[in-house]
Design a protein around this ligand. Structure first.
Ligand SMILES: Nc1ncnc2c1ncn2[C@@H]1O[C@H](COP(=O)(O)OP(=O)(O)OP(=O)(O)O)[C@@H](O)[C@H]1O
Ligand SMILES: [Mg+2]
Length: 369
Protein backbone atom coordinates (compact mmCIF):
# COMPACT_ATOMS: atom_id res chain seq x y z
CA UNK A 1 0.00 0.00 0.00
CA UNK A 2 0.95 3.63 -0.44
CA UNK A 3 1.70 3.93 3.25
CA UNK A 4 4.27 1.18 3.04
CA UNK A 5 5.98 2.78 0.05
CA UNK A 6 6.39 5.99 1.99
CA UNK A 7 7.81 4.23 5.01
CA UNK A 8 10.28 2.26 2.93
CA UNK A 9 11.46 5.41 1.17
CA UNK A 10 12.10 7.23 4.39
CA UNK A 11 14.01 4.37 5.84
CA UNK A 12 16.30 3.44 2.98
CA UNK A 13 17.18 6.99 2.01
CA UNK A 14 18.38 7.68 5.53
CA UNK A 15 20.14 4.43 6.09
CA UNK A 16 23.25 5.18 4.02
CA UNK A 17 23.78 8.58 5.62
CA UNK A 18 26.12 8.98 8.54
CA UNK A 19 24.00 8.77 11.66
CA UNK A 20 23.32 12.24 13.07
CA UNK A 21 21.67 12.77 16.42
CA UNK A 22 17.91 12.25 16.01
CA UNK A 23 18.15 12.80 12.28
CA UNK A 24 16.78 9.47 11.14
CA UNK A 25 13.73 7.46 11.93
CA UNK A 26 13.17 3.74 11.92
CA UNK A 27 10.54 1.05 12.12
CA UNK A 28 9.82 -0.31 15.60
CA UNK A 29 8.36 -3.75 16.21
CA UNK A 30 5.21 -4.04 18.26
CA UNK A 31 7.07 -6.37 20.59
CA UNK A 32 9.71 -3.73 21.23
CA UNK A 33 7.08 -1.09 22.01
CA UNK A 34 5.16 -3.47 24.27
CA UNK A 35 8.37 -4.09 26.21
CA UNK A 36 9.22 -0.38 26.35
CA UNK A 37 5.81 0.68 27.71
CA UNK A 38 5.21 -2.28 30.03
CA UNK A 39 2.46 -3.50 27.71
CA UNK A 40 0.94 -0.04 27.41
CA UNK A 41 0.40 -0.01 31.12
CA UNK A 42 -2.06 2.54 32.47
CA UNK A 43 0.69 3.85 34.78
CA UNK A 44 2.75 4.74 31.71
CA UNK A 45 -0.01 6.81 30.17
CA UNK A 46 0.92 10.46 29.61
CA UNK A 47 -2.48 11.50 28.33
CA UNK A 48 -5.05 11.14 25.63
CA UNK A 49 -5.75 13.23 22.55
CA UNK A 50 -7.75 13.14 19.35
CA UNK A 51 -5.66 10.31 17.95
CA UNK A 52 -5.50 8.06 20.94
CA UNK A 53 -3.35 7.60 24.00
CA UNK A 54 0.25 8.57 24.54
CA UNK A 55 2.51 6.36 26.70
CA UNK A 56 5.90 6.91 28.23
CA UNK A 57 8.41 4.18 27.51
CA UNK A 58 12.05 3.23 27.80
CA UNK A 59 14.00 1.39 25.13
CA UNK A 60 16.64 -1.26 25.72
CA UNK A 61 19.37 1.38 25.33
CA UNK A 62 17.84 3.43 28.18
CA UNK A 63 16.46 6.21 26.01
CA UNK A 64 13.02 7.51 26.85
CA UNK A 65 10.24 7.64 24.30
CA UNK A 66 6.62 8.74 23.97
CA UNK A 67 4.43 6.35 21.98
CA UNK A 68 1.18 7.52 20.43
CA UNK A 69 -1.19 4.63 19.92
CA UNK A 70 -4.17 5.18 17.63
CA UNK A 71 -7.37 4.32 19.41
CA UNK A 72 -9.90 3.64 16.67
CA UNK A 73 -9.04 1.70 13.65
CA UNK A 74 -10.61 3.03 10.48
CA UNK A 75 -9.68 4.07 6.96
CA UNK A 76 -9.81 7.67 8.12
CA UNK A 77 -7.38 6.98 10.94
CA UNK A 78 -5.14 5.16 8.51
CA UNK A 79 -5.05 8.19 6.27
CA UNK A 80 -4.35 10.57 9.13
CA UNK A 81 -1.63 8.30 10.38
CA UNK A 82 -0.01 8.26 6.97
CA UNK A 83 -0.22 12.05 6.77
CA UNK A 84 1.35 12.53 10.16
CA UNK A 85 4.15 10.08 9.53
CA UNK A 86 4.96 11.50 6.14
CA UNK A 87 5.00 15.10 7.33
CA UNK A 88 6.92 14.42 10.51
CA UNK A 89 9.41 12.28 8.69
CA UNK A 90 10.46 15.12 6.45
CA UNK A 91 10.36 18.04 8.87
CA UNK A 92 13.44 18.88 10.92
CA UNK A 93 13.77 22.01 13.01
CA UNK A 94 15.01 22.71 16.53
CA UNK A 95 11.50 23.75 17.60
CA UNK A 96 9.54 20.94 15.97
CA UNK A 97 9.21 17.55 17.65
CA UNK A 98 10.98 15.02 15.45
CA UNK A 99 9.59 11.64 14.66
CA UNK A 100 11.71 8.84 16.00
CA UNK A 101 9.89 6.02 14.30
CA UNK A 102 6.66 4.21 13.76
CA UNK A 103 5.10 0.80 14.03
CA UNK A 104 2.44 -0.56 11.68
CA UNK A 105 1.67 -4.17 12.56
CA UNK A 106 -1.71 -5.81 12.07
CA UNK A 107 -4.33 -3.39 13.33
CA UNK A 108 -1.84 -1.41 15.41
CA UNK A 109 -0.58 2.01 14.30
CA UNK A 110 1.90 3.70 16.60
CA UNK A 111 4.15 6.71 16.34
CA UNK A 112 7.30 7.03 18.40
CA UNK A 113 8.72 10.38 19.51
CA UNK A 114 11.42 11.47 21.90
CA UNK A 115 9.98 11.81 25.38
CA UNK A 116 9.88 15.46 26.42
CA UNK A 117 10.84 15.48 30.11
CA UNK A 118 9.16 18.81 30.83
CA UNK A 119 5.90 17.65 29.27
CA UNK A 120 3.59 20.19 27.67
CA UNK A 121 3.13 23.92 28.09
CA UNK A 122 -0.46 23.15 29.08
CA UNK A 123 0.67 21.14 32.07
CA UNK A 124 2.82 24.07 33.27
CA UNK A 125 0.27 26.80 32.69
CA UNK A 126 -2.76 25.02 34.09
CA UNK A 127 -1.38 21.97 35.88
CA UNK A 128 0.24 21.52 39.23
CA UNK A 129 3.85 22.34 38.43
CA UNK A 130 5.65 24.87 40.54
CA UNK A 131 5.17 28.42 39.20
CA UNK A 132 8.93 29.01 39.40
CA UNK A 133 9.50 26.58 36.55
CA UNK A 134 7.80 28.93 34.13
CA UNK A 135 9.41 32.28 34.80
CA UNK A 136 9.27 35.15 32.33
CA UNK A 137 12.56 34.38 30.51
CA UNK A 138 11.40 30.85 29.83
CA UNK A 139 8.05 32.09 28.59
CA UNK A 140 9.79 34.44 26.13
CA UNK A 141 12.03 31.62 24.95
CA UNK A 142 8.98 29.38 24.45
CA UNK A 143 7.09 32.15 22.61
CA UNK A 144 9.96 32.82 20.20
CA UNK A 145 10.90 29.14 19.80
CA UNK A 146 7.39 27.97 19.00
CA UNK A 147 6.96 30.92 16.61
CA UNK A 148 10.16 29.87 14.85
CA UNK A 149 8.94 26.27 14.58
CA UNK A 150 5.65 27.35 12.98
CA UNK A 151 7.50 29.81 10.74
CA UNK A 152 9.52 26.88 9.46
CA UNK A 153 6.32 24.97 8.62
CA UNK A 154 4.75 27.96 6.86
CA UNK A 155 7.69 29.43 5.04
CA UNK A 156 10.56 26.98 4.74
CA UNK A 157 9.09 23.49 4.48
CA UNK A 158 8.40 22.30 0.95
CA UNK A 159 5.52 22.26 0.27
CA UNK A 160 4.35 24.64 2.99
CA UNK A 161 2.56 23.06 5.93
CA UNK A 162 -0.40 24.35 7.94
CA UNK A 163 -0.34 22.89 11.44
CA UNK A 164 -4.08 23.32 12.18
CA UNK A 165 -3.95 22.34 15.85
CA UNK A 166 -1.68 24.84 17.57
CA UNK A 167 -2.43 24.83 21.29
CA UNK A 168 -0.70 24.55 24.65
CA UNK A 169 -0.80 20.73 24.81
CA UNK A 170 0.95 20.60 21.44
CA UNK A 171 3.87 22.70 22.63
CA UNK A 172 6.15 20.27 24.43
CA UNK A 173 9.18 21.28 26.47
CA UNK A 174 12.56 19.59 26.32
CA UNK A 175 15.07 19.36 29.18
CA UNK A 176 16.14 23.00 28.55
CA UNK A 177 12.54 24.20 28.30
CA UNK A 178 13.05 24.73 24.60
CA UNK A 179 9.67 24.59 22.80
CA UNK A 180 9.00 21.58 20.57
CA UNK A 181 5.83 22.05 18.55
CA UNK A 182 4.19 18.64 18.10
CA UNK A 183 1.30 16.94 16.35
CA UNK A 184 1.05 17.35 12.68
CA UNK A 185 -1.83 14.89 12.46
CA UNK A 186 -4.27 17.49 11.27
CA UNK A 187 -1.90 19.22 9.00
CA UNK A 188 -2.37 19.00 5.30
CA UNK A 189 0.22 19.74 2.69
CA UNK A 190 -0.82 22.79 0.71
CA UNK A 191 -0.30 22.37 -3.01
CA UNK A 192 1.96 25.03 -4.52
CA UNK A 193 0.04 28.11 -5.59
CA UNK A 194 -3.05 27.39 -3.52
CA UNK A 195 -3.90 30.01 -0.92
CA UNK A 196 -6.06 27.82 1.24
CA UNK A 197 -7.53 24.38 1.40
CA UNK A 198 -11.18 23.98 2.18
CA UNK A 199 -11.68 21.05 4.43
CA UNK A 200 -13.55 19.74 7.42
CA UNK A 201 -13.07 21.73 10.59
CA UNK A 202 -10.77 20.07 13.05
CA UNK A 203 -8.95 21.81 15.80
CA UNK A 204 -9.48 22.76 19.38
CA UNK A 205 -12.12 24.97 20.84
CA UNK A 206 -10.88 28.42 21.78
CA UNK A 207 -7.98 28.36 19.35
CA UNK A 208 -9.97 28.22 16.10
CA UNK A 209 -9.91 31.22 13.78
CA UNK A 210 -13.50 32.33 13.08
CA UNK A 211 -13.25 31.89 9.32
CA UNK A 212 -11.94 28.37 9.83
CA UNK A 213 -14.63 27.46 12.35
CA UNK A 214 -17.40 28.84 10.16
CA UNK A 215 -16.25 28.29 6.60
CA UNK A 216 -13.65 25.55 6.99
CA UNK A 217 -11.03 27.62 5.19
CA UNK A 218 -7.65 26.54 6.51
CA UNK A 219 -4.68 28.72 5.73
CA UNK A 220 -1.48 29.84 7.40
CA UNK A 221 -3.39 32.76 8.93
CA UNK A 222 -5.56 30.30 10.91
CA UNK A 223 -2.36 29.07 12.56
CA UNK A 224 -1.40 32.70 13.21
CA UNK A 225 -4.75 33.18 14.97
CA UNK A 226 -4.24 30.05 17.12
CA UNK A 227 -0.70 31.18 17.88
CA UNK A 228 -2.06 34.54 19.06
CA UNK A 229 -4.35 32.73 21.50
CA UNK A 230 -1.42 30.60 22.66
CA UNK A 231 0.66 33.75 23.29
CA UNK A 232 -2.15 35.30 25.34
CA UNK A 233 -2.42 32.09 27.35
CA UNK A 234 1.35 32.05 27.90
CA UNK A 235 1.41 35.65 29.15
CA UNK A 236 -1.79 35.58 31.21
CA UNK A 237 -1.89 31.99 32.49
CA UNK A 238 -5.59 31.94 31.53
CA UNK A 239 -7.32 29.37 29.36
CA UNK A 240 -8.56 30.38 25.89
CA UNK A 241 -12.12 30.13 27.17
CA UNK A 242 -12.75 30.65 30.86
CA UNK A 243 -15.90 29.38 32.48
CA UNK A 244 -17.15 32.21 34.69
CA UNK A 245 -20.29 30.33 35.72
CA UNK A 246 -22.16 27.29 34.36
CA UNK A 247 -23.78 29.51 31.73
CA UNK A 248 -21.20 32.25 31.20
CA UNK A 249 -17.98 31.91 29.26
CA UNK A 250 -15.35 34.50 28.45
CA UNK A 251 -12.88 34.41 25.58
CA UNK A 252 -9.31 35.41 26.25
CA UNK A 253 -9.28 38.01 23.47
CA UNK A 254 -12.58 39.53 24.64
CA UNK A 255 -11.06 40.00 28.08
CA UNK A 256 -7.52 41.07 27.16
CA UNK A 257 -8.14 43.49 24.29
CA UNK A 258 -9.89 46.25 26.31
CA UNK A 259 -7.16 46.04 28.99
CA UNK A 260 -4.39 46.30 26.42
CA UNK A 261 -6.16 49.26 24.76
CA UNK A 262 -6.04 51.03 28.12
CA UNK A 263 -2.34 50.17 28.55
CA UNK A 264 -3.20 47.99 31.55
CA UNK A 265 -0.66 45.35 30.58
CA UNK A 266 0.15 44.35 34.14
CA UNK A 267 -3.49 43.35 34.70
CA UNK A 268 -3.19 40.81 31.91
CA UNK A 269 0.06 39.30 33.22
CA UNK A 270 -0.15 35.87 34.86
CA UNK A 271 -0.46 36.45 38.64
CA UNK A 272 1.87 33.45 39.09
CA UNK A 273 4.67 35.64 37.75
CA UNK A 274 4.35 37.79 40.86
CA UNK A 275 5.17 40.89 38.86
CA UNK A 276 8.50 39.40 37.76
CA UNK A 277 8.57 40.14 34.03
CA UNK A 278 10.20 42.55 31.63
CA UNK A 279 7.57 45.22 31.01
CA UNK A 280 8.65 45.96 27.45
CA UNK A 281 8.55 42.28 26.58
CA UNK A 282 5.16 41.70 28.18
CA UNK A 283 3.74 44.61 26.22
CA UNK A 284 5.28 43.29 23.00
CA UNK A 285 3.91 39.77 23.57
CA UNK A 286 0.40 41.09 24.26
CA UNK A 287 0.34 43.40 21.25
CA UNK A 288 1.61 40.63 18.97
CA UNK A 289 -0.85 38.13 20.46
CA UNK A 290 -3.86 40.35 19.82
CA UNK A 291 -2.77 41.38 16.35
CA UNK A 292 -2.49 37.66 15.51
CA UNK A 293 -5.84 36.75 17.08
CA UNK A 294 -7.92 39.36 15.28
CA UNK A 295 -10.92 38.35 13.25
CA UNK A 296 -9.93 39.52 9.79
CA UNK A 297 -7.37 37.04 8.47
CA UNK A 298 -5.92 39.53 5.97
CA UNK A 299 -4.95 41.86 8.82
CA UNK A 300 -3.00 39.23 10.73
CA UNK A 301 0.80 39.21 10.36
CA UNK A 302 2.74 36.31 8.86
CA UNK A 303 4.72 34.09 11.21
CA UNK A 304 7.93 35.60 9.80
CA UNK A 305 6.71 39.00 10.98
CA UNK A 306 5.61 37.54 14.30
CA UNK A 307 9.12 36.25 15.03
CA UNK A 308 10.63 39.61 14.13
CA UNK A 309 8.14 41.47 16.33
CA UNK A 310 8.58 39.11 19.29
CA UNK A 311 12.34 39.49 19.14
CA UNK A 312 11.87 43.27 19.15
CA UNK A 313 14.38 43.64 16.31
CA UNK A 314 12.64 46.54 14.62
CA UNK A 315 11.66 49.53 16.76
CA UNK A 316 9.81 51.03 13.81
CA UNK A 317 7.60 47.97 13.37
CA UNK A 318 6.85 47.89 17.07
CA UNK A 319 5.81 51.53 16.97
CA UNK A 320 3.53 50.77 14.01
CA UNK A 321 2.06 47.88 15.94
CA UNK A 322 1.22 50.11 18.88
CA UNK A 323 -0.53 52.54 16.58
CA UNK A 324 -2.59 49.83 14.93
CA UNK A 325 -6.31 50.64 14.75
CA UNK A 326 -7.05 47.52 16.80
CA UNK A 327 -5.54 49.20 19.87
CA UNK A 328 -7.06 52.59 19.13
CA UNK A 329 -10.77 51.82 18.99
CA UNK A 330 -11.82 55.47 19.02
CA UNK A 331 -9.96 56.06 15.76
CA UNK A 332 -11.41 53.04 14.00
CA UNK A 333 -14.95 53.45 15.34
CA UNK A 334 -15.30 50.32 17.39
CA UNK A 335 -13.49 47.28 18.65
CA UNK A 336 -13.26 44.32 16.41
CA UNK A 337 -16.30 42.17 16.72
CA UNK A 338 -13.66 40.05 18.50
CA UNK A 339 -15.41 38.55 21.40
CA UNK A 340 -18.77 38.14 19.75
CA UNK A 341 -17.34 36.46 16.71
CA UNK A 342 -15.19 34.18 18.81
CA UNK A 343 -18.32 33.30 20.74
CA UNK A 344 -20.14 32.60 17.48
CA UNK A 345 -17.47 30.13 16.55
CA UNK A 346 -17.84 28.57 19.99
CA UNK A 347 -21.51 27.95 19.31
CA UNK A 348 -20.69 26.63 15.91
CA UNK A 349 -18.59 23.78 17.25
CA UNK A 350 -20.57 23.16 20.38
CA UNK A 351 -20.67 19.44 19.67
CA UNK A 352 -16.92 19.12 20.02
CA UNK A 353 -16.97 21.26 23.10
CA UNK A 354 -18.00 18.70 25.64
CA UNK A 355 -15.57 16.16 24.32
CA UNK A 356 -12.78 18.71 24.51
CA UNK A 357 -13.68 19.75 28.01
CA UNK A 358 -13.74 16.16 29.12
CA UNK A 359 -10.34 15.67 27.56
CA UNK A 360 -8.96 18.70 29.35
CA UNK A 361 -10.27 17.45 32.64
CA UNK A 362 -8.71 14.05 32.03
CA UNK A 363 -5.39 15.66 31.08
CA UNK A 364 -5.45 17.79 34.22
CA UNK A 365 -6.11 14.68 36.23
CA UNK A 366 -3.32 12.74 34.52
CA UNK A 367 -0.81 15.54 35.04
CA UNK A 368 -1.72 16.05 38.63
CA UNK A 369 -1.39 12.40 39.55
N1 LIG B 1 6.73 13.38 23.22
C1 LIG B 1 6.01 13.63 24.32
N2 LIG B 1 6.62 13.78 25.51
C2 LIG B 1 5.90 14.08 26.62
N3 LIG B 1 4.56 14.22 26.65
C3 LIG B 1 3.89 14.07 25.47
C4 LIG B 1 4.57 13.75 24.26
N4 LIG B 1 3.65 13.66 23.27
C5 LIG B 1 2.47 13.92 23.83
N5 LIG B 1 2.58 14.17 25.15
C6 LIG B 1 1.50 14.50 26.07
O1 LIG B 1 0.54 13.46 26.04
C7 LIG B 1 -0.78 14.01 26.13
C8 LIG B 1 -1.63 13.50 24.97
O2 LIG B 1 -1.11 14.01 23.78
P1 LIG B 1 -1.96 14.06 22.44
O3 LIG B 1 -1.13 14.74 21.40
O4 LIG B 1 -2.45 12.71 22.12
O5 LIG B 1 -3.21 14.96 22.82
P2 LIG B 1 -3.46 16.50 22.81
O6 LIG B 1 -2.19 17.22 22.49
O7 LIG B 1 -4.12 16.87 24.09
O8 LIG B 1 -4.51 16.66 21.64
P3 LIG B 1 -4.31 16.49 20.06
O9 LIG B 1 -4.74 15.09 19.75
O10 LIG B 1 -5.23 17.50 19.48
O11 LIG B 1 -2.87 16.73 19.77
C9 LIG B 1 -0.63 15.54 26.11
O12 LIG B 1 -0.70 16.02 27.41
C10 LIG B 1 0.75 15.75 25.57
O13 LIG B 1 1.30 16.95 26.02
MG1 LIG C 1 -1.01 16.69 21.00
Amino acid sequence: MALCARFCCGKTSNRKEKPKKQQTWRVFSLKELHAATNNFNYDNKLGEGGFGSVYWGQLWDGSQIAVKRLKVWSDKADMEFAVEVEILGRVRHKNLLSLRGYCAEGQERLIVYDYMPNLSLLSHLHGHHSAELLGWDRRMKIAIGSAEGITYLHHHATPHIIHRDIKASNVLLDSDFEAQVSDFGFAKLIPDGATHVTTRVKGTLGYLAPEYAMLGKASESCDVYSFGILLLELASGKKPIEKLSPTMKRTLTGWALPLVCQNKFSEVADPKLNGKYVEEELKRVLLVALICAQNQPEKRPTMLEVVELLKGDSKEKLANLENNELFNPTKSGSHQEGSSSAEDSTDFISEEKDEEELKEEKADHAHSS
